[in-house]
Design a protein around this ligand. Structure first.
Ligand SMILES: Nc1ncnc2c1ncn2[C@@H]1O[C@H](COP(=O)(O)OP(=O)(O)OP(=O)(O)O)[C@@H](O)[C@H]1O
Length: 258
């Protein structure tokens, strides 16, 4: 067997990435369907398209076993960056390389509100590529981890009857049931209560040990401090700082207190 080496294995390489949103119908004039069709045929862009340059020339590399926090004020480009890593947004220029398929776990992850929690666990598992067998094996673990049934049999009720915290907990539990190459969590921890936050932080540490890279977007500096060893600070779409958690949070806290 090959000897254990100290080489670091890259999981995500972001190389000078720019991301631009095109917002249609941003002007005052109304757009009709025929006008839009005419523009498609003539290949002219709409006069009312506004460009939002959300990420501006960001580069970094992450490695296996790292937990990386993304911080920055509202609208600084954190969620956009994660969506680009997940392959959901094409960069305007630059490249994103990933080892394996990254999974994005947002508080808005698509679960079906009219279906029961139970059905959503099964659908979520299938969507992540788990087999029926694996889902059956892990089902009880997912429900127990989420704590949804602590106050009664909620798992057999439709998701729309859940509080936003309960729904977020179930989303996290489904996603955390699988070992991910790259797991990205957008504010998921902020919504659970204290004991769930502790459980999910512990699970993030486990996921890290199981070889993946974890990204965490959060406005809660304590969550970042407790889970991440490296932090990227984005501001106005630019990478302002990239370094050890304590150094970056110190600079960030100083800047926000000004
Ligand atoms: N779908 C979209 N269409 C157009 N512009 C968008 C869209 N989503 C985000 N933006 C813009 O891109 C910029 C970055 O937004 P993003 O959501 O990535 O920021 P964020 O750092 O995650 O913010 P927050 O901390 O508030 O969640 C903002 O200027 C925002 O207005």
């Amino acid at each position: 067997m090959a000897e254990q080496t100290e080489t670091r294995v890259p999981t995500v390489i972001v190389d000078d990435v720019h991301i631009v949103y095109r917002v249609h119908g941003a002007g005052n004039s109304k757009g009709s369907a025929t006008a839009a069709l005419g523009r498609i045929i003539s290949r002219k862009s709409s006069p009312n398209v506004r460009l939002v340059h959300a990420v501006r020339g960001v580069s970094f590399t992450t490695y296996r076993g790292e937990a990386v926090g993304l911080i920055g004020s509202n609208g600084s480009g954190k969620s956009t960056m994660l969506r680009a890593i997940a392959g959901l947004l094409p960069p305007e220029s630059g490249r994103v390389y990933t080892d394996g398929q990254p999974s994005l776990l947002g508080v808005n992850a698509a679960l079906m509100n009219d279906l029961t929690g139970e059905r959503n666990v099964i659908l979520g598992g299938l969507a992540m590529g788990m087999s029926q067998e694996e889902i059956r094996e892990r089902y009880q673990g997912i429900v127990d981890f989420s704590g949804i049934n602590e106050k009664g049999d909620f798992i057999s009720l439709p998701m729309r009857t859940y509080s936003s915290g309960m729904a977020a907990r179930l989303r996290f539990s489904i996603a955390a049931a699988k070992n991910h190459d790259v797991l990205m969590i957008d504010e998921a921890l902020a919504t659970g209560d204290r004991s769930f936050q502790r459980r999910s932080e512990a699970r993030i540490r486990e996921l890290r040990k199981e070889a993946g890279t974890v990204f965490l977007v959060s406005h809660n500096n304590k969550s970042i401090r407790d889970t991440c060893d490296r932090v990227l600070w984005l501001e106005k779409g630019e990478l302002l700082m990239d370094g050890p958690t304590d150094d970056v949070l110190k600079a960030y806290e100083e800047a926000s207190n000004k």
